[in-house]
Design a protein around this ligand. Sequence first.
Ligand SMILES: Nc1ncnc2c1ncn2[C@@H]1O[C@H](COP(=O)(O)OP(=O)(O)OP(=O)(O)O)[C@@H](O)[C@H]1O
Ligand SMILES: [Mg+2]
Length: 327
Amino acid sequence: MTVSHTPLMKVRGLSKRFPVGTLRRKMLHAVDEVDLTIGEGECLGLVGESGCGKSTLARVLARLVDPTVGEIELSGVEIGKIPARNFGASSLRRDIQVVFQDPTESLNPGFTVFQAIADPLRRLVGGSKEDISAMVLAALDDVGLPREYGSRYPHQLSGGQKARVGIARAIAVKPKLLVLDEPTSALDVSVQSLILHLLAKLQKQRGMSYLFVSHDLNVVRLLCDKIAVMYLGRIVEFGPSKSVFHEPRHPYTRALIDAIPDPERRSDDRTKLEGSASSPIDPDQNACRFAGRCPVELPICTTAMPPLTSHGVGSLVACHRATGGNP
Ligand SMILES: Nc1ncnc2c1ncn2[C@@H]1O[C@H](COP(=O)(O)OP(=O)(O)OP(=O)(O)O)[C@@H](O)[C@H]1O
Ligand SMILES: [Mg+2]
């Protein structure tokens, strides 16, 4: 299936802040003024280091958590204002499904594989007992699990098999968007690659859109059409995977790519990241979040937040250096 450019999800000015501190007067900016578009049939990779807000953004977009402010449009319908609880109980839940990081935690230990897959089908799709049963068996076939595994409980499955059940229950209802939050990071490397191939195959067959969260740029590069790079709650670079990977414009993206082991490159050619990210609590809104850690910092970086600016077809970067040092 070819990737269409019709947007499935459009996100504008999305922020999620958590009140923290003893008096809950401080604000932790987990996601800050994010704009994103996910095309129909497109796989968008979301990368960034631990704590930068990937899971929070994924959970807000999957409508498991309410945004503090911002718009989320799905197929032209504004869904950002629907409280997460109501969204979960509505027919819209079918359109956005989630696969979580830890397959053990995401499965109910008291449900058999069959029950785990049948449950969302009953709630979101409906049909006779025979219809539901046929859909469960089809989902097991789709993820390459033998049908007899339907009667097993999670503790009777391997990690890879549990991951397949998690994927089966998400795709069984035929969602438009699958949000995958580090779906393979709890698995060993050989199983990881099998699951990634399965996800790539399912996406092609079904034409689903993916939001694929990962801290592994290599995985994202192979699977995703586009990449969004996140740093301390903000998207700092966005574009087609090839151009983000081969011509990174943001120094943070460059550092992430340079951190991938490559025996053919000398270590002094690489951008190295020193220190750790600054605090997400009440951050300075008049400075680049990467200031203080950036190897190519300009004076303007500590006085003005660089906006996400277009630099070529479909590519965006938030860096004063990349946009000529102008605010
Ligand atoms: N419910 C919450 N209350 C307060 N702070 C939260 C809450 N959930 C997340 N955070 C904070 O928001 C920030 C982003 O967390 P998040 O889990 O989204 O990061 P992440 O990029 O997914 O990290 P990782 O790669 O480790 O999974 C962190 O500073 C985290 O401590
Ligand atoms: Mg996370």
